[in-house]
Design a protein around this ligand. Structure first.
Ligand SMILES: [Zn+2]
Length: 66
């Protein structure tokens, strides 16, 4: 019975808006991109989204750097 909420898992990262390290809510988000319009082919790319809990600023980082 250890249901930890994600809020407990604070990650300290430097925030550009705040100018110093602040706790961030980090989540993985699958975003759909239309890579090739000709084929109407959509690629689903995982993004690591970190939201600063102090200012609410979000920064998304693509995990697949192909
Ligand atoms: Zn911030």
């Amino acid at each position: 019975m250890s249901a930890h909420s994600a809020a407990d898992d604070d990650t300290l990262e430097s925030c550009e808006s705040c100018g110093h390290e602040t706790p961030h809510d980090v989540r993985i988000e699958i975003r759909t991109e239309s890579a090739k319009r000709e084929n109407a082919e959509f690629s689903r790319e995982p993004y690591r989204v970190a939201r600063c809990v102090a200012c609410g600023g979000e920064s998304a980082l693509r995990m697949n750097n192909a």
